[in-house]
Each structure stands twice: as structure tokens, then as C-alpha cells.
Write a protein that binds this ligand. Sequence first.
Ligand code: SAM
Length: 288
Amino acid sequence: MLAYRHAFHAGNHADVLKHLVLSEVLRHLVAKDKPFTLVDTHAGAGGYTLFEGPAQKKLEFEHGIARLWGRNDLPPAVARYAELVRQFHGAEGKAWPRLGYYPGSPQIANMLLRPDDPLHVYELHTTDHRLLEETLGSRPHTRVSKADGFAALKGELPPPSKRGVVLMDPSYEIKTDYAAALSAVREGLRRFAQAVMLVWVPQVQLRESVDLPQRLKSAAHGAPRGWLHARLTVQPPDAKGFGLMGSHMVVINPPFGLHATLAESLPYLVKRLGQYDGAHHLLEQHAV
Ligand code: SAM
């Protein structure tokens, strides 16, 4: 039985990094005429309410999207991402300029994909799966599956159009998720080396979390466009050595221009989202 609900964490610093990268990758892909498939292996509920319910418990969004909301000094890519969040309020006919809602990865995809770009999402939690079906049910070329996204990935690749993006965003609620993510990526690349794969990894003091980014980079050795690794560290571990210090995005086969975009955006995010003097970022790329 899964306990994790993304509604408690929606819009936090990790979502900011993840959704900035996701939205920039999708914008790049839609610039070309040919359709592509997006596979979201761990989709969550789709969209979230911030002004009441679970998000109010720990107010994590206050250290994330709220620090960017309404600012006029955002770097261009961060401004494009913040505009998506704003549009999510508008599309639902909800209050604006107050920050009250946050789009998860399926809603970001829904906003950026063209109607003929297939969207295949996986979510195991019964409630979140039902919410996802309600949200995406009417979208054409969309499949919402209550199934294990790690196991399902190999059946998705290669996509019919031979253009595909994978977002792998596990909750890492169970330690085996680290190994499962790595083997799903390896198997996915074996089937379709050109897949653009985005893997989110938490930055926590756990051996598995420290090792996974490097293992993903090694798994990408046969990927024609190499890999990119972005990390945003915003806080130190707590007194017991726990806590989410920040997060990584490892992008395999990154689109051209993503490095430059993040090089401009990450220093700003460190400045705005950093919660201590040691806040910093890392950005590295290996192009084949
Ligand atoms: N990607 C979402 C976003 O960016 O808005 C957030 C996803 S959340 C971090 C991870 C989700 O994966 C949770 O909703 C959890 O229920 C779901 N989950 C956990 N294990 C899964 C699995 N093996 N396959 C599919 N979904 C899973």
C-alpha cells in the first residue's frame, strides 16, 4: 500500500527544478512538426490545490513556487515555467493573481503537448489514479494506466513515431525504487537509445541517492546525445541527517540548448530558493 501523496509536496523546490526542465524539454520537442510520445511513469494526481488540504500541512510550496510568483526579474525560462503555473489557474477559471493551484507533470504536458502527441501516464495510487483519469480522460491520444511505471516502460519503447520523452519521477518511498529506476532506464535505452529520458533523484543522505545520478550517467554511454545533470541544493540536512537537501535532474539525450537555458536559470534559483548560505547548483553535460 502506497502512503506517498504528492499533494503534500506540490510546488516545492524539487518540483520547480523538475518542472522547469520538463517544460523546457517539451517546448523543444514541439518545435518540430513530427509528433512524439510522452511517457510519465510516475504521474501523481495531475494538479494540486495549494490554499487548502495537504499542501497546507507543511507549506512546502512557500519555499518553492511561491518565491517566484509575481516576480518580474525571472530569467526567461523560469518566467516561461511560472507563466505555465499562472495559466493553470486561468484554465481552471480560478483566482489570480493569488497563488492557489499547481500543475503536476501531467497537466504541464497537457498544456504543452499538441493534440496529436500521445501522452501515456502511469500512477499506482488509487485516489491519484482516479483524479488523473478525471483530469486527462477527455484528451485525445491519452492513456491513463493504474500500473507499475517502471515495468511498463519497456512496452512503451520505441514509440511509433520514433520520437519519445520519458519522465521518471518516483517517490523513492521504498529503497528499491533506486535500483528499479536504473534498470528501467537501462532497459529503455536498450530498446530505444534515442529516448529523451528525464529522471528525478532526491538529494538525501542515503547511499542509493548519492550513487544514482552517476549510475544513470554510466547507463547513458550508448545514448547518441549523451547526458546532462542538474542539481539544485537549497538546504542542509537536519540535525539527524535527514531531509531533502535538494534534487537532481538527469536528462539523457538532452535537447540542444538545454544546458545554456539552465546555466542562466540555476544561479537565479539558488538565489531565490536557497534557504542557507551553502545553497548552490551543479550543471554538467557530456555530449557525445
Ligand atoms: N510526476 C508527478 C509530478 O511531477 O507532478 C509527481 C509524481 S510523485 C513524485 C510519484 C508518484 O508515483 C506518486 O503519486 C506515487 O503514488 C506513484 N507511484 C509510486 N510507485 C509507482 C510505480 N511503481 N508506478 C507508478 N506510479 C507509482
